[in-house]
Design a protein around this ligand. Sequence first.
Ligand SMILES: [Mn+2]
Length: 187
Amino acid sequence: MSQTEQVVLLSDDGYPIGTADKVAVHTHDTALHLAFSCHVMNEAGEVLVTRRALSKLTWPGVWTNSFCGHPGPGESMEDAIARRAERELGITISRLEVVLPDFRYRAVDASGIVENEVCPVYRAYTTDAVAPAADEVSEFEWVEPQSLRNAAAAAPFAFSPWLVWQLDELSAQPAPADSPTTPEDTQ
Ligand SMILES: [Mn+2]
């Protein structure tokens, strides 16, 4: 394994065209690369929201989805997600499914650093107690998915831009089969 974490660079139409050092690639003019976002659920149907550590290069201190990461060269998405779940949150995940396979975004953080990723979005479950790595996650909360959507819609500036966009796209999808919509006020 190399000394530094490597990411997979992509052409504009999404094909691998090389690799780059993870730290070196994230600049004011970041090249498109491969990543993922994961939304972790517990058995109560709550979603895990995390606050990015203040020491992180991009979006320090910003509330976001459970965790994100970059698959290394030759690493499967599933392996990368399991690796980052353990590294960032100290959890094992199960029932991994892709929920936004074509998500892609470019965003600029308050310091001018750019993210520019093809970033499929996954959902997974855990029954573990979250034990975050201090250099990745400074705080976390389990919240009702609808409460998170409401909060992100009311105050999008308080969350990572990719989370806000992901929630918008997920809201446009039908509800998962195991959580049917049951309006409380049906007469
Ligand atoms: Mn990235």
